[in-house]
Design a protein around this ligand. Structure first.
Ligand code: AMP
Ligand code: MG
Length: 312
């Protein structure tokens, strides 16, 4: 931990564990460091970074005009998989937010990273610790596999318990807007915020944030459908990996990856990216097919990842 803090103080990048996915972290108040993050990930500069902070009080050092509903969401769900997009104070460099006048803030729920944030006196800008567009990392090994030459160290905090990115929520004209479906469910957000507008359509417009059409993608072709059996049939001449959910029977000639036999959405979310990576590394598989999950709970967030990872 001390080593990680000292690397960060010395303007280096450190991969950090969170409950969602591993982050590639650097001093969010230092524009040169933030540029290093974009370079290491080969991330386009129009895609803003989330800033990680250790508490609600610290969040308020970097955001202004915070609406009451945002404070209620912080109170209810921080630390946790919720990013709030708020008006930024000028201390946050423009490179962090891709020139937007808002900043995405999150208090992650991981003891190591919270302890780290409490020992340094700056917040951490941290996108997922993977090359841009590829599957997000949910273990320290995933990070090492792809970024080891570009970062000073990886803090190994074990496998991520949530396994999909944070839910991103902003506030426009008195409305609460969901920009990205993620580890906190819509049902939970509605309990605190009441009505919300869901605005997660595909776009390469930075104002419709983070919602690039192609993302989280394996290098093998991935096809998705509600009708898994037909999808398998269409692709039966390929060596198939089949991603499914719940109590389903799949022909054992295929490599079957069941996200959760007992139809547990949480378990499914935590398996999703690891399964995609494991399949992508197999040289005895040509094509991946996946069943879309039921539209409920974390099913929305998981389906969103599958849509963006799939062949267009
Ligand atoms: P990640 O790749 O998980 O680090 O997520 C970063 C995403 O957070 C971006 O792609 C945006 O969708 C979102 N984001 C971060 N900052 C902002 C902001 N100021 N306004 C809107 N969305 C933001
Ligand atoms: Mg990412």
């Amino acid at each position: 931990m001390a080593e990680a803090a000292s690397f960060l103080l010395n303007e280096e990048l450190v991969a950090i564990p969170t409950e969602t996915v591993y982050g590639l972290a650097g001093n969010a108040l230092n524009a040169a460091v933030v540029l290093k993050i974009f370079e290491a990930k080969e991330r386009p500069s129009f895609d803003p970074l989330i800033v990680h902070i250790p508490s609600k009080e610290v969040a308020l050092l970097y955001a202004k005009d915070v609406p009451p509903v945002a404070l209620m969401l912080m109170e209810a769900f921080w630390p946790g998989p919720l990013t709030l997009v708020l008006k930024k104070k000028s201390i946050i460099p423009d490179v962090v937010t891709s020139g937007l006048d808002t900043v995405g803030l999150r208090m992650p729920n991981h003891p190591m990273t919270l302890a780290l944030l409490n020992t340094i006196d700056f917040p951490l800008a941290a996108p997922s610790a993977n090359p841009f567009g590829y599957i997000s990392p949910t273990t320290a090994q995933h990070v090492v596999d792809q970024l080891h030459s570009k970062i000073a160290m990886v803090l190994d905090g074990g496998a991520c318990t949530v396994g999909v990115e944070s839910t991103i929520v902003g506030f426009e004209n008195g409305e609460t807007v969901i920009y990205r479906l993620g580890g906190l469910t819509l049902e939970d957000i509605r309990k605190v915020a009441g009505d919300v507008v869901v605005c997660v359509n595909s776009s390469s417009d930075p104002k419709a944030p983070g919602m690039l059409k192609s993302h989280y993608a394996p290098s093998k072709p991935l096809y998705i459908s509600n009708d898994l059996n037909s999808l398998i049939k269409i692709n039966e001449n390929y060596r198939l990996a089949v991603i499914c959910f719940g109590n389903v029977k799949i022909n054992e000639q295929h490599a079957v990856y069941n996200l959760s036999v007992k139809s547990d959405f949480k378990e499914a979310a935590s398996n999703l990216f690891s399964f995609l990576r494991a399949i992508d590394q197999r040289n005895d598989i040509d094509v991946i097919v996946a069943a879309l999950l039921p539209e409920a709970n974390l099913g929305y967030a998981i389906n969103d990842r599958l849509w963006r990872a799939a062949v267009k």
